[in-house]
Design a protein around this ligand. Structure first.
Ligand code: SF4
Length: 207
């Protein structure tokens, strides 16, 4: 896998150069518009992102967080510079959000092993969806009758869980379950500097 030697090509990265820099007092219009999204994952990748600790202060100077599970924004916005996507594509809501992300983001980063390979989320691929729903939800300990209200509320599963790049074009990959903060920082700081992201060998491992 090419990991973060990424398809985040020079042209795309250049477009981030202007707002990057993280100067104190930068107005929001000068900042990089960063989004993070949560598809079929456990949120561990986002927890690792929060483990950037004091580097989050530097990041807050350089970016405007325009969409994230850690922010109360309901709709994926237009004109996003960089989006980190945690999790695999597992249901119809994920499909729709992934397509919106691609349309509205200059650079899309596959963030963590579930997004990169399917990983844990794709373990259910061994069972056909109908058998899975029956075994887990309708015959299991919390059995729910088929065809009730719940079937209208819960987004329909797609037949197979897919890694993000099988659904939309992805510009860069950050492997890891979860990626450790150093790896995340290496990737994000390169993108903010308008540089292609190239991870060191030790940061190219799964798991
Ligand atoms: S890669 Fe690991 S930490 Fe991240 S969402 Fe998947 S299971 Fe959770």
């Amino acid at each position: 896998m090419t990991t973060l030697s990424s398809k985040a090509d020079t042209k795309k990265s250049e477009s981030l150069k202007k707002p990057a820099g993280g100067k104190k007092g930068q107005s929001s219009s000068q900042k990089v518009r960063l989004a993070t999204a949560w598809l079929g994952g456990c949120s561990g990748c986002h927890m690792s992102f929060l483990d950037l600790d004091e580097r989050l202060i530097d990041l807050a100077e350089a970016v405007e967080l325009v969409y994230s599970p850690i922010a109360d924004v309901k709709t994926f916005p237009e004109n996003v510079d960089v989006t980190l996507v945690e999790g695999a594509v597992a249901n119809v809501d994920h499909l729709e959000l992934a397509e919106q992300i691609r349309e509205r983001s200059k650079i899309v980063v596959s963030f963590g092993d579930c997004a990169v390979t399917g990983n844990v989320t794709s373990l259910r691929n061994k069972l056909p969806v109908d058998d899975l729903l029956t075994k887990v939800y309708h015959e299991g300990p919390g059995a729910v009758p088929r065809g009730g209200e719940i079937d209208k509320v819960v987004p329909a599963l797609i037949p197979r869980v897919l890694p993000l790049h099988q659904v939309i074009t992805v510009d860069a990959f950050i492997p890891g379950c979860p990626p450790d903060p150093e790896r995340i920082w290496a990737a994000v700081s390169s993108l903010l500097a308008g540089e292609p992201v190239v991870l060191a060998d030790k940061m190219r491992k799964f798991g």
